[in-house]
Write a protein that binds this ligand. Sequence first.
Ligand SMILES: Nc1ncnc2c1ncn2[C@@H]1O[C@H](COP(=O)(O)OP(=O)(O)O)[C@@H](O)[C@H]1O
Ligand SMILES: [Mg+2]
Length: 298
Amino acid sequence: MSIIEKAFNKAKGQGQITNNPIQVLNEDRNLLNVTGVEKETCIDVSKPSTTSSPNESKMAEIDWVKLAELGFVTPGDSNTQAIEEYRNIKRPLVNNAFGEASSGIDRANLILITSSVPGEGKTFTAINLALSIANERDKKVLLIDADVARPSVSKTLGIQSSPGLIEYLEGQDVEFSDIVLKTNMPGLRIIPAGKQHKHSTELLASNRMVLLAQQLSNRYPDRIVIFDSPPLLAATQGQVLAELVGQVVLVIEAETTPQSMVMESASRLASCDVVFTVLNKAKSTGDAGYYGYGQYAH
Ligand SMILES: Nc1ncnc2c1ncn2[C@@H]1O[C@H](COP(=O)(O)OP(=O)(O)O)[C@@H](O)[C@H]1O
Ligand SMILES: [Mg+2]
């Protein structure tokens, strides 16, 4: 049994989590381990007052060359192993969002990518998942950089910084349409983190954030919304955000993150509907390095 399974089983034993494994892939190589957790809804918020479509106009050019150099799975990539790994990771998430499994999961199209501590691969996973889903012909993805203390989505994608989530949450005449960027990938839009703010924790926990999550779910039921989140154990922001979404992906850095931290993270996610775990950066058996590129290992 892996550390992750032990952690989740222990949390389950303590009554914190109902553990319902969805799938374990490539377990022999420790490639991907996905665990689903079903529980009652996290929060209840009222309906948004407006249903009008935002006027999204600004355009951002993703630097594909830079992204490929950083090891991301870009469109046209021929790394079949990495592509297959992301397919395996996104399939249950997309099924929960749009498939038959979606009934009973509130805000299933909102997905939070988090981890216990910084550096485990949240941004790497969030961007690769967003690209992989948006690369499907009929799928649309909105990627939101909600790791406002250490934002890195814009920088990684090679996009100029611009007003983002924080400015919107401050509410100073910033409309939703002001912060959404179209990209040169037709199915992908981005909301940058925005400026550093000393009260970012309060802003992420504000009513405006709750309303935004509700509106994203109601207005864009046909779109996957991926939040790149702060780590769970560094501050309360990640946990607060986890309660606003329908699905959570807990990224765990293989052979690095201690079991005690994974268990603490699992307990902080105990009230969430669906939690998946992704074991990242695991080494291939008999191979000194990472898995090929995409290298994620799970
Ligand atoms: N599976 C992976 N294979 C190769 N490099 C990775 C992988 N996951 C993360 N990285 C790299 O590790 C570093 C930390 O990852 P990052 O996604 O920025 O972590 P976080 O967002 O959790 O702080 C980055 O340089 C990222 O490109
Ligand atoms: Mg990050």
